[in-house]
Design a protein around this ligand. Structure first.
Ligand code: C2O
Length: 546
């Protein structure tokens, strides 16, 4: 099939306030959001597609789900409800360590608020899954109603499914949505676009479809004797923004703010405008920068967020295409083609009385610099890929260990740690850490002609110190891009490099202690955010200690 581009208008997902107002005063709120199977139109020319969608009712459920707008300091209690049928719309791989090794008893789901700083039993632990009407629950499940404190820094988060071994299929089916924490007293004075009309999430992902409209995902693995279905990366032909394939948006000649979330399984995007318009990068994953950074291109890994301002009054044409130029897999895969090199189109309609009072401030928000806190622990985190005799990946591990192996990372609450993340694979892996925020200090290449020697030692001994990591960490240093030097919860770990990060297990805006017990079960996790890797099994537990 061939779908025409730019025929559907960009949807603005429904917005739900994460608080109540009583006489104008915001107070906490309880919400119910369900997961429903329904039909969704991804494109005017394509028959409707069966999807899993979040919403307050089946009728209002959307892909992506509603944008939740929380207020800093106001609690939100959310009960996520599973109303899904017993059979998944996508293929199942029983050889992946999955929540339930059968499709007979319902679809396990559990929601993680990505970028959120909250208690372990509201964090959406992969083993805290539940099926429809809580008929079955996972081994670490404790409660129906999650408590989001929202006392972290203002910024953009997103919520998505996190069920053990099913994350890639549950997100592919549509279980994705944006979540914004606002703090008007410090954000409004910045005079960035802040109203619904001019401040819009853009959730971008790739999907393939059958001609009948249903989602296409390979049902045969590259290594069928080992994994009947699992493949190391899912890539789709069509680029979807806010639930429409290659949409268009009509804009005025003024500044807009877009909170761009890469919700793909495995695709990186290198965004740029065909007419050279620039991105003014004001924040990344859930935190503002100290100052804006102007960019011509913007590389986003799966799950990374870019909060950018685009000033359409600076455009030299009345329509502009947002394009993509990232090879897939990234960085050593295929170049983009006609279809996946285009993302969406902006059509600029001049408006006679346009007065844009918004500005780009020189200073945004200054948080304490990463190195100011004492470091309590140094760790080495190595990323491995294991292949079969036919040289196809069978699984990926962190530190040579499966998820089920006893927890090895046990940071103390309120401390900072240095992690040296060693990427021994050929792909770039977006590392995501729950609870903690981190900042990247250094990226050093492993000595090229000794890479194999080091890899061999690591595979044998699985101990960076015993393998004399410092002897190999002597290649060139690559600067961390200006817009990625702030606080992040995802970072692109380059292949053949050691990336040094400082992770903080407390708030970045104050030393206030967590208002919950972070040492509780079931703890947290950290993982590669390529969903197909995370599922098999590039994820490890993270246990906080007092
Ligand atoms: Cu966005 Cu553990 O995930």
């Amino acid at each position: 099939y061939k779908l025409r581009k730019f025929v559907d208008e960009l949807p603005n997902m429904p917005r739900i306030k994460g608080y109540n107002l009583i006489n104008g005063v915001p107070v906490s709120r309880s919400l119910k959001i369900g997961m429903f199977q329904k039909k969704w139109k991804f494109h005017g020319q394509l028959p409707a597609t069966a999807v899993f969608a979040y919403g307050t009712s089946r009728r209002s459920a959307t892909v992506p789900g509603p944008t939740i707008e929380a207020l800093h300091g106001v609690d939100l209690y959310l009960s996520w409800r599973n109303y899904l049928p017993s059979k998944h719309i996508l293929p199942w791989d029983p050889t992946i360590p999955t929540a339930i090794p059968s499709t007979k008893i319902g679809i396990p789901t559990v929601v993680h608020l990505h970028g959120g700083i909250h208690e372990p039993d509201s964090d959406g632990n992969s083993q805290s899954w539940f099926t429809a009407r809580f008929n079955q629950v996972g081994p670490t499940w404790t409660k129906r109603k999650y408590h989001y404190y929202n006392i972290q820094q203002p910024g953009t988060l997103w919520y998505h499914d996190h069920a053990m071994g099913l994350t890639r299929v549950n997100l592919l089916a549509g279980l994705i949505g944006a979540y914004i924490i606002r703090q008007p007293d410090i954000e409004v004075p910045l005079r960035l676009p802040y109203d619904e009309e001019f401040d819009r999430p853009l959730i971008v992902f790739d999907r393939s479809f059958y001609t009948n409209g249903s989602l296409f995902m390979n049902s045969t693995g590259n290594n069928p004797t080992i994994h009947p279905q699992w493949q190391p990366e899912y890539f789709g032909d069509a680029i979807i923004v806010n639930g429409k394939a290659w949409p268009y948006m009509i804009v005025r000649q003024r500044k807009y703010r877009f909170r761009i979330i890469n919700a793909s399984n495995a695709r990186f995007f290198k965004f740029y405008f065909l007419n050279n318009l620039t991105f003014i990068h004001v924040a990344s994953d859930s935190a503002y920068h100290q100052w804006p950074v102007i960019l011509k291109e913007l590389l986003l890994a799966p799950s990374e967020i870019a909060d950018v301002v685009i000033d359409f009054s600076k455009s030299n044409s009345y329509s502009v295409i947002l394009a993509n130029d990232a090879p897939y897999p990234y960085p050593a895969g295929d170049p983009v083609n006609e279809a996946n090199s285009k993302v969406m189109k902006f059509i600029i309609k001049p408006y006679k009385y346009e007065i844009d009072m918004l500005r780009i401030p020189e200073q945004l928000i200054k948080y304490p610099t990463p190195t100011s806190s004492p470091v309590s622990q140094i760790r080495y985190i190595a990323m491995y890929e294991y292949t079969s005799t036919i040289d196809e990946p069978t699984h990926l591990y962190i530190n040579g260990k499966p998820y089920e192996a006893p927890v090895t990372e046990k940071p103390n609450v309120g401390t900072s740690e240095i992690w040296y993340v060693i990427n021994l694979t050929e792909d770039n892996h977006p590392l995501h850490i729950h609870l903690g925020l981190f900042s990247v200090l250094e990226q050093t290449e492993l000595v090229k002609n000794k890479l194999d020697e080091f890899k061999e030692c690591m595979i044998k001994k699985n101990d960076a110190k015993k393998c004399k990591v410092s002897k190999y960490t002597r290649g060139k240093k690559v600067e961390v891009p200006a817009h990625e030097r702030g606080w992040k919860n995802v970072f692109k770990i380059m292949p053949g490099f050691v990336t040094k990060i400082v992770v903080r297990f407390s708030f970045i805006h104050s030393n206030a202690s967590y208002p919950f017990d972070a040492t509780n079960e079931p703890g947290y996790v950290y993982h590669c955010h390529i969903l197909d890797h995370e599922d098999n099994a590039m994820m490890r537990p993270l246990k906080l200690l007092k």
